[in-house]
Design a protein around this ligand. Structure first.
Ligand code: NAP
Length: 275
């Protein structure tokens, strides 16, 4: 039988690196630190090696479809699939950034929603029975949902929302942002927030699909918030360390065999949150 394997995207620094560190200590199997830039990735592997940990490395740029498909083929070939996938890679413009909102909307949605969806499209078929999939979203996505028009909130919360309709809504946000019409369209003024509303909603859709199409495989898929964490993204004033930020994603990655819950939920501080 192939050894078990865990894969964490965007894990050369920040919360992703802390997730790899914790998985190296707690997961029985190979743990892959992945990064879009091999140099930064190899440096991060070295830093963990100096602590006595032994992560493996694979290049993975989620914005590059050929990088995603090459990585998926590698894990399928070497391990027969993936046991734990943590979609952690993400970006956020700083509050003070003067890049036009239209560009921020396009760029942020590209990585946090569309590229993460590409990851899921290519990796879900190779998630092994008993697998765990964790999408690192944000409480900002929940706050953003509550700031959407009642019509949009109804769609995001609806159990009959399809992946295609969700993708259409995310595309609509970007198009309306480009025309300066997103507020009239019912969206709050946050590209990062909308990207994470989309990611949490996508997680719920994919979990429902797993339950329907692979009921015997006992795969659990959830979205989570790591909390407000001191990283390059959130800055030095955040209350949690990266290790503390990794706790909920790692908890969801290591839900014990036979567990049936949580599944298709948004989880923060290891607790299921309302959506
Ligand atoms: P970070 O320190 O900025 O790290 C982000 C990581 O994602 C980096 O390794 C970055 O790689 C990688 N990345 C970005 N685009 C990528 C791509 N196209 N392909 C592969 N990797 C890519 O941020 P963080 O705070 O650790 O955030 C990690 C996750 O937690 C994000 O999804 C974020 O939205 C979420 N989150 C963070 C907080 C917080 O308070 N920090 C709160 C809620 C949610 P490079 O080094 O190459 O740029």
């Amino acid at each position: 039988m192939s050894p078990r394997v865990a894969v964490v995207t965007g894990s050369n620094k920040g919360i992703g690196l802390a997730i790899v560190k914790a998985l190296c200590q707690k997961f029985e199997g190979d743990v892959y630190l992945t990064a879009r830039d091999s140099g930064r990735g190899e440096e991060a592997v070295k830093s963990l090696s100096s602590e006595g940990l032994k992560p493996m490395f694979h290049q993975l740029d989620i914005n590059d479809l050929s990088s995603i498909t090459a990585a998926a083929a590698y894990f399928k070939d070497k391990y027969g699939g993936v046991d734990v996938l943590v979609n952690n890679a993400g970006i956020a413009f700083k509050v003070a950034d003067t890049t036009p909102f239209a560009t921020q909307a396009e760029v942020t949605l590209k990585t946090n929603f569309f590229a993460t969806r590409d990851m899921l499209t290519h990796f879900m078929p190779i998630i092994k029975a008993g697998g765990r999939v964790v999408n690192v979203s944000s409480f900002v996505g929940s706050r953003t949902l509550n700031g959407c028009s009642p019509a949009l909130q109804e769609r995001f919360r609806s159990e009959d929302l399809s992946e295609e309709e969700l993708v259409g809504l995310m595309e609509r946000f970007v198009e309306e942002a480009k025309k300066g019409e997103h507020k009239q369209g019912g969206w709050p003024d946050t590209a990062y927030g909308v990207s994470k509303t989309g990611l949490t909603t996508l997680s719920m859709i994919l979990a429902r699909r797993l339950s329907k199409e692979r009921p015997g495989d006992q795969i659990l898929l959830n979205a989570c918030c790591p909390g407000w964490v001191r990283t390059d993204m959130a800055g030095p004033k955040a209350p949690k360390s990266p290790d503390e930020g990794a706790e909920t994603p790692v908890y969801l990655s290591l839900l014990p065999a036979g567990a049936t819950e949580p599944h298709g939920r948004f989880v923060s501080d290891k607790q299921v949150q309302p959506w």
